[in-house]
Design a protein around this ligand. Sequence first.
Ligand SMILES: O=C(O)CCC(=O)C(=O)O
Ligand SMILES: [Fe+2]
Length: 372
Amino acid sequence: MVNSVPLHYCALHKSSGWISILLCGAGLGDAEATVRCRFGGRHGYEDPMNLATPDNSGAVSLEAVARNGSLFRRIAVRIPTYLKDLRENPAWLPMFVLARTMPGRRLHWLGARRARPLDNAADTMFAGANRAAVVEALRAEGLFSGLMLPPAIHQEIAAFARQTPCFGNFDRRLEFMPGDHAEAEKRFGRSLLSGHYFERILDCPAALAIQKDPLLLDVARHYLGGQAKLITTRVWWSFPTGKASDADKNLASLGKYHFDLDDWRMLKFFFYLVPVDGGTGPHVYVRGSHRRRALRHQLTLLVGHPAEDVLDVYGPQSPLTLTGEAGLGFVEDPFGFHMGTVPAHTPRLMMEVGFGVSKPSRRRFHGEPVIR
Ligand SMILES: O=C(O)CCC(=O)C(=O)O
Ligand SMILES: [Fe+2]
């Protein structure tokens, strides 16, 4: 049931591969090269052609290939990865190609089933939350903010996180206590932008209680359709660090607007487990970008786009920076543009509970437990 394969695979990392192969010959600029290095090269098993260079932690990076390799090499190193995806789940290919287009999405949305009422809908920890209002905001804006966790719940998860070793930059070799972040950066000789708990978070009853809360499933079913199901749960830190590389930031979905493309349609609930202000790396969501979509953001090879370009299309007022107290929860349609930001001074501890409509592929996610 629970898969803990140590691969990170945020949608941000896999924007362009198949389409690049299909359209091979289209010129790829620097942006493309940057995106390519997000595809997951920090783990040796993603480097079948042995083109990567080790960094001083001993981990490997495809960055060198992305930066210096020829177009052919850059595409070639990805092919085994895509073939594996395709072998494991042939339905992945049409999703990967078409789910970025509005007509493709609308067609798929026609298959959404009616959501049936949940027997245990009243057993929620989110007293006073109104499912219909949440779903309406999601349809209109792509975002609803204002779910509050009971203090005992977020305090329990934060306490668990403080006393449990996490894994830096999605890499199980970079294990450290979150309180020892600065010392761990020295020890590993590299910046540590994120610290994930992967399956360890399943040992925290408060995290499981959020994951199983009926309000989340009820909202997901009414927004995505009756077939919506829980896919992922992750808890992680983002750390202030002066020296993070672009590749690490991309890997952590930080600092660049992007949309997630892991399924035909998805919903992500986020909960802050510490107070988050402008210096704690708040999440940013571009309201309305989930349903009004510029053609150049549909017929695109990339999921990550520069801020000027995104603001130009969706308007300077459209991004909402989500700051708030520990316990603040918000839910978004991650097809809308969004990003995390790198904390300027305080580490951010966050939880995510993700829903989808298809069987998840093994390598889409960040190494967190995936319900398959
Ligand atoms: O860290 C964040 O706020 C963004 C995370 C993100 O982009 C995602 O989980 O899809
Ligand atoms: Fe994302």
